[in-house]
Design a protein around this ligand. Structure first.
Ligand code: GTP
Ligand code: MG
Length: 230
């Protein structure tokens, strides 16, 4: 007898969210094992739309493409635009379009990784960047098998975002405060955002960056290289 709607039928309750997350976690485990076996550092970039993920990748590729092998999986709901931006930099990129879903999942990353390997044509891959769908909520709940999760919050979004979107902060190892060149134009409290973020995750590495002035980009690159060699 149904207790929920009182309709008189027997309903079987299936927790769809739980089984989806379980399938995701299993595929994430397999992805991580696969990346480990091939000595690849996988980096998952998450943020709201437009915080500067692709721009940061473009700057990172400019700085590192002659030193290490880079490949990119680009997550978006629609279009190939971000993958095209990355390819223009001379780096292989696979666009993963979710067709509406607000996050990537590890099954899609698995498929994308195999497509990327075809583009690599045997070239070495050291760092796999996965740019998630622009969203500060859903991607936080899905392990993709990455080793490093980096969340970006840009200055125009406001310093209150860590407290309002704690899961993204708690599950990341690094916070990039992007568009620091815009601080003079916004009521943005840099000390407060850092204090709030560290109160949620004391081990978080925080880097202020600007793709316009170049501030913090060296620190970001050094952090990445350190993680690659760890
Ligand atoms: N002023 C300033 N603008 C920036 C900076 N980084 C990125 N932008 C601009 O912000 C806009 C969005 O940047 P993207 O890199 O496309 O952002 P994204 O996070 O990849 O966006 P989605 O993939 O749509 O989620 C572009 O117009 C960039 O030029 C920065 O450091 N300073
Ligand atoms: Mg992008």
């Amino acid at each position: 007898m149904c207790d929920t709607c009182g309709c008189g039928h027997e309903h079987k309750v299936i927790d769809v969210n739980q089984s989806l997350l379980k399938a995701n976690d299993e595929a994430a485990y397999a992805n991580r094992k696969h990346f480990n076996e091939e000595g690849i550092l996988a980096v998952n970039l998450i943020s709201s739309p437009g915080s500067g993920k692709t721009t940061l990748l473009e700057k990172t590729i400019d700085a590192l493409k002659h030193e290490i092998g880079i490949g990119v999986l680009e997550g978006d709901i629609e279009t190939e635009l971000d993958a095209e931006r990355i390819r223009k930099k001379g780096v292989p990129a696979v666009q993963l379009t979710t067709g509406g879903a607000c996050h990537l999942d590890s099954m899609l990353v698995h498929k994308g990784f195999h497509l990327l390997k075809l583009q690599l044509k045997g070239k070495r891959l050291d760092v796999l960047f996965i740019e998630n769908v622009g969203n500060l909520v859903c991607p936080s709940f899905f392990d993709l098998g990455e080793h490093l999760r980096v969340v970006l919050i840009s200055v125009p979004e406001g310093h209150d975002k860590p407290l309002k979107y704690p899961k993204a902060i708690k599950t990341s190892q690094a916070l990039i405060i992007s568009k620091s060149d815009l601080v003079p134009h916004f009521d943005f409290d840099m000390e407060k955002i850092k204090k709030d973020a560290l109160s949620l995750n004391p081990r978080l590495k925080i880097i202020e960056t600007s793709a316009k002035t170049g501030e913090g980009l060296n620190e970001w690159i050094n952090f990445l290289i350190h993680r690659l060699h760890r």
